[in-house]
Design a protein around this ligand. Structure first.
Ligand code: SAM
Ligand code: DTB
Ligand code: SF4
Length: 344
């Protein structure tokens, strides 16, 4: 979608915009379903980059460092996520990037293989990778790679100077060339203007293959980071709803994920986001380093909204079944989630 088209939509009265977005959502998706994803930081802090919002940059020392978690620990958390009703498990590592000849990469590939064998969709966000890494991750069963552009090309250098927008696009290209689904979204609250948000949507919607998921993060101000104190122009909830609706219209077949920043979002605001086209969220008390909305609140929210967790993609590629698979039936993949939903 072009910037002009997006500007026209963004100028509509919010009610009209949301109505339009809901109609497109209902045309392409089952509006009673939501994708439930769980995050795990597999390597925390100590990142060489200077992204101004990020707790994990070594420059701000906002979080304790943790080297790569052992595979068994990751598998334990993936099983727990599955038992809680998640269908996608997203592993994040605070690296500038990683190369195939690094032993830690080989270990992550094995983590992907093992998590995938549990019958979960697997997403990873490891920073910059090239085609050798993307192909190895694909072979191990990776469903999606998260690599956000975060904002417009014009605003990007206000937020990070240790790598460029073009660097991000290179990784995105390698991921897509390898046949891995792309998860690529942004953050609201970086001091960007409305045009920056629209430009981000223009960029991702004009990829030859648009992203499979578009996470919308709301800045969580992390003390110690450059954006930790002031949270310049923290977006209000109606701005968030507008962004969700615009994303749904620009990316009709993309999952729009309500990502960081839900902790202090009211149930009403989140319901409006679901109505406007959001159909995925992060579930679990923790994101990577920051708190998420609580599991108990999310159960109440989804039950009140009548939203059921989605099933995993039928066409997702993964290696043969491994340890843990027999614990869960494919026909009834989310019994725990539903049971707990009806308890609360
Ligand atoms: N090194 C990987 C990378 O750069 O892609 C790591 C993943 S990074 C933590 C993933 C995304 O989380 C960022 O692109 C940003 O959109 C989001 N994020 C990180 N810190 C955030 C914060 N404080 N508030 C909101 N979103 C945040
Ligand atoms: C995304 O867009 N948001 C997630 C996931 N992709 C990797 C990460 C949110 C991180 C929030 C801050 C933190 O936990 O440190
Ligand atoms: Fe954080 Fe990723 Fe930036 Fe590193 S590259 S500082 S982990 S957002």
């Amino acid at each position: 979608m072009t910037l002009d088209e997006l500007k026209q939509l963004a100028e509509l009265p919010l009610m009209q915009l949301v109505e339009k977005a809901h109609a497109v959502h209902a045309q392409h998706w089952d509006t009673s379903r939501i994708q439930v994803c769980t995050l795990l930081s597999i390597k925390t802090g100590g990142c060489s980059e200077n992204c101004a919002y990020c707790a994990q940059s070594a420059r701000y020392a906002a979080v304790a460092r943790q080297e790569l978690l052992p595979r068994e620990k990751v598998l334990e958390r993936a099983l727990l996520a599955k038992a809680m009703g998640a269908t996608r498990f997203c592993m994040g590592a605070a690296w500038r990037g990683i190369r195939a000849d690094d032993a830690r990469f080989a270990e992550v590939v094995e983590m992907v293989r093992a998590v995938s064998a549990l019958g979960l969709e697997v997403c990873a966000t490891l920073g910059k990778i090239g085609s050798a890494e993307a192909l190895a991750l694909k072979e191990a069963g990776l469903t999606a790679y998260n690599h956000n552009l975060d904002t417009s090309p014009e605003h990007y250098s206000e937020i990070v100077t240790t790598h460029t927008y073009a660097d991000r696009l290179e990784t995105i290209d390698a991921v897509q060339q390898a046949g891995i689904s792309l998860c690529c979204g942004g953050i609201l609250g970086l001091g960007e203007g409305q045009v920056d948000r629209l430009r981000l949507l223009e960029v991702v919607s004009s990829f030859p293959t648009p992203p499979e998921s578009f996470p919308i993060n709301v800045l969580i101000p992390i003390p110690g980071t450059p954006l930790g104190d002031a949270a310049p122009q923290a977006p209000d909830t109606l701005d968030l709803v507008r962004m969700v609706a615009l994303a749904r219209l620009a990316l009709p077949r993309t999952r729009v994920r309500l990502s960081a920043g839900r902790e202090h979002l009211s149930p009403e605001a989140q319901m409006l986001c679901f109505y406007a086209g959001a159909n995925s969220l992060f579930y679990g008390d923790k994101l990577l380093t920051a708190n998420n909305a609580s599991i108990a609140e999310d159960r109440r929210l989804l039950e009140a909204c009548g939203l059921q967790p989605e099933l995993p993609h039928a066409d997702m590629l993964r290696p043969a079944a491994g340890a843990g698979e027999e614990l869960f039936s494919e026909e009834e993949p989310h019994p725990c989630f539903r049971e707990v939903c009806s308890e609360s």
